[in-house]
Design a binder for this molecule. Sequence first.
Ligand code: MV4
Length: 497
Amino acid sequence: MPQIKKILVANRGEIALRVMRTAREMGIATVAVYSEADREALHVRYADEAVCIGPPPSSESYLRGDKIIEVAQRLGADAIHPGYGFLSENAAFARAVGEAGLIFIGPSPEAIETMGSKLAAKRAAGERNIPMVPGTDGAITDRAEAKRISEQIGYPILIKASAGGGGKGMRVVEKPEDFDEQMDRAVSEAVSSFGDGSVFIEKYITSPRHIEIQLLGDQHGNIIHLFERECSVQRRHQKVVEEAPSSVLTPAIREAMGRCAVEVGHACGYYGAGTVEFIVDDKLDFYFLEMNTRLQVEHPVTEQITGVDLVRQMIYIAEGKPLTMKQEDLSIRGHAMEVRVYAEDPATNFLPDVGTLQTYVRPQGNGVRLDDGFEQGMAIPIHYDPMIAKLVTYGQDRAEAIAKMIRAIDEYQITGVQTTLPFGRFVMEHEAFQSGQFDTHFVSKYFTPDKLAFPPDDACTQLAALVTARLLKNPDRLKVVDSALPATKSQWKTRRR
Ligand code: MV4
């Protein structure tokens, strides 16, 4: 069995660090690759060796599989970990890594290929009695036929691109009269985004929750699940808050979903870490949607509640070792919450706000985990995803995880760029979120910039208003508020600018 001694991490930022940290714990040497924009990046400093692979644009650096493989060979790495994004779900890259005599720390190229097509994924799952949303069996070739099926299913229906992702090529059709127009749009969007105009139809579940199951499979046919993550708080198909476990699942539904997810894994001979995505309707019926064949951004919440280091397991699996855990060894302990911190301004419709981190003070303490890739004084490059960090809290129960998140958000000091931290606080404090009564429409339903506790562009004014309101409500506390003000809340919030 091959023992991995050196891993090249084909990624940047927090996930590159995340992978390298576990590698180091395992006594495995690390190689970073980086673009010219990332010369000073933390992943470059953290690695045992680092090689510049090109100019800032991803297409000339982090997406250059050929260069990355060449670096791995030249430096004597045994394996490549792709992280998420970039080349992580590129079957041709996974294949090329294998052909170069290196280990791809992830699933087989065939599994990536199958699951990269939503239609192929549904076809594979269809043979195994896994609940799926009513819809067409394959790509639509005959429009008249598709319209008849839509009538049968019942409107509203959803047109989806087989090669789709991030909501692209997805169109809701409310009534038969809109069918042709929406179909034209979906197909042309699918062609322009993916070079593949294949679309299919599903019944539109109007208010679903997005719940996904984490899988681990070895190369000997064993697959286990590590329970679910609730990812319903999204903004334009970008997840912003994730948690584990979900507050709506009963133990019975959890077990049924877990079993289905494992079946999906078996359907494509899956090994490595993977995620099976479901939507859950208001009756708690669940439907398989697709499978992601990478380590996901939100994997830490699963690590917190199970105690399993997913990257360590990915490395063992890649070495060909059989899983040492059995399903019955796993259980959920406590509750974990994740808020993604983006360099985006929630007050201006989440416009990216790149710049330099003038102040960067991390939250600490009991139940706080921060996966980030920056330090104070660093610039956030414009070339990549503007995620600064993932703030994860862990408590004995959901209320404790939320309380720790609010406390951690308040401790977290970032100036120089606007961030989504105030938005994270808005979610944590919202009644619908706290009660668990929310779906994928949470953000569009409840959020407007005026809901931010301290609109970043006018923190002082807001603070003054808040203090005044407090004083008016409770004049006998005047003295306390007065003396506490300069030392604590006011300065602190003002410094966030
Ligand atoms: C759906 C759905 C409702 N009904 N499919 C979104 C991305 C992709 N992973 C699948 N997605 C959805 N598929 C059916 N049959 C709802 C979503 C969905 C969603 C849709 C519109 C706006 C926001 C959304 C957020 C999460 C999931």
